[in-house]
Design a protein around this ligand. Structure first.
Ligand code: FAD
Length: 414
């Protein structure tokens, strides 16, 4: 297809995955593609999200290759080591069962911590420099028409695209409209997040304390805050307890955080308010349908126990962008079933395997039965003593350097 009449792609959802896909496509294809990016919350204040994400080296490689990663602007912090303990809230000492200081085979850090707000702002800014048709409204209906898909949204005449990408989050309306099944179960757990400032340097160490109600993770952020250093927490509690804690005043919340945080990082204070996210597992029965591709949380929602949800979505972005760009460059319509099938084959198995692994980890560790604790502590101790096995786990988590990984995840241009 020529520049005079380029293929048209519409992306529903300007979360991190939708923004990353929009930018990757525009960077590679320029005006050889027409792009509409629709989201009713397009103009929201990104700093309302108090989460910070552990971005794997592969996802970082993708952002660097796209030219949208700046350590100074993003105030990133490398996670050099991770210490895992299995304890109860009242335990005075938490001996470490497993550490990961060795890194992966490439000697890269385990992850880079970045605040959600900073990454969202940077990506949105980058998208605004491209010729993208932004629409601050929700996609309400769509109808495949054979050669394309007719899209309806509020305040705009219906229009036709070659492909519609649903990056509209885990409660995806588009997935529902396409009648794609959603295999899901609730965890009856919520993830409480927030930024903590503390008086001692974390030295790039992350801590994951496995407490009876679920993991309590402390993840290192760039220095700053009123006490000199900062970390992000992801604190898993039963939803009932989390809702109760959200009603507490700041002083009481801090006292509860202190009990779980432990004394290692000195005096602590809350730098942001705490925010709670209900957790569920979900995976779409198919990642594609007629002229539609699901991406990110719209295709899969997993437990944040190992900080993999966004990274899985970014791998979807890298895979789908590659398939679309390769098709358009040789004049093929990127929305045909043959193209979409390539995407489904590239992603569904990997996502299902990782999602179920996170589910299993959460079940194993959100448990206070003595025999279960003994077995898992034995298992962790064993992994800690076998460097090869440990590297295997780290490589699985860091991922992306295998031959089959999408090009952007290997640091190659599209
Ligand atoms: C507590 C917690 C901690 C986490 N920590 C990590 C971590 O450390 N590392 C990691 O990799 N992952 C982590 N995750 C997972 C990560 O947050 C998600 O996987 C990721 O944010 C999903 O992004 P998304 O763009 O797919 O969806 P979303 O961010 O949900 O964006 C969806 C967008 O679609 C828009 N939308 C909705 N309906 C429509 C419509 N009809 N039309 C158009 N637009 C629509 C919405 O307004 C929204 O902006 C964590 C998750 C939680 C809950």
């Amino acid at each position: 297809m020529s520049v005079a009449n380029p293929y048209h792609i519409t992306i529903a959802g300007a979360g991190l995955n939708g923004l990353a896909l929009a930018f990757a496509l525009k960077k590679a294809l320029g005006d050889n593609i027409r792009l509409t990016l629709a989201d009713p919350a397009l103009d929201r204040d990104a700093s309302r999200d108090k989460r910070s994400f552990a971005v794997t080296p592969s996802s970082r490689r993708m952002f660097e290759t796209l030219g949208v990663w700046d350590d100074e602007i993003l105030q990133t912090e490398a996670v050099a080591d991770m210490v895992i303990t299995d304890s109860r809230v009242e335990d005075p000492v938490r001996p470490s069962l497993l550490t990961f200081a060795e890194g992966n085979l490439q000697g890269e850090p385990l992850a880079y911590m970045v605040e959600s707000a900073a990454l969202t702002k940077l990506l949105l800014q980058a998208c605004k420099t491209c010729n993208i048709d932004f629409s601050a409204s929700a996609i309400q209906r769509f109808t495949p028409t054979g050669n394309g898909v007719e899209i309806e949204m509020e305040g705009r005449k219906p229009f036709t695209s070659n492909l519609l990408v649903a990056a509209d989050g885990k409660r995806s309306r588009l997935r529902e409209l396409a009648n794609i099944g959603w295999i899901s179960w609730p965890y009856n757990q919520s993830g409480i997040v927030g930024t903590i400032t503390h008086s001692r340097d974390h030295e790039g160490k992350a801590y994951e304390h496995f407490l009876p109600s679920g993991p309590f993770a402390i993840l290192p952020l760039a220095p700053g805050g009123t006490l000199g250093y900062r970390s992000s927490i992801v604190w898993t509690e039963t939803t009932e307890t989390a809702d109760y804690l959200m009603e507490f005043g700041e002083k009481q919340q801090l006292a509860e955080v202190e009990k779980r945080f432990g004394p290692t990082l000195g005096t602590i204070a809350l730098e942001t308010s705490l925010q709670s996210f209900p957790l569920t597992f979900g995976i779409a029965r198919s990642f594609i349908s007629d002229r539609l591709a699901l991406l990110g949380d719209a295709a899969h929602a997993i437990h944040p126990i190992a900080g993999q949800g966004l990274n899985l979505g970014l791998e979807d972005v890298a895979a789908l962008a590659e398939i679309i760009v390769d098709a358009v460059r040789i004049g093929l319509d990127p929305g045909t079933y043959n193209q979409l099938e390539l995407y489904e084959n590239a992603r569904r198995f990997d996502v299902t395997a990782k999602g179920l692994a996170m589910d299993g980890l959460n079940r194993l560790f959100s448990n206070d039965l003595t025999p279960v604790r003994l077995i898992r502590d034995f298992g962790l101790g064993l992994v800690n003593r076998l460097p090869e096995l440990k590297r295997f786990f780290v490589d699985q988590a860091v991922g992306g350097t295998t031959v089959s990984a999408p090009r952007l995840f290997k640091g190659e241009e599209l």
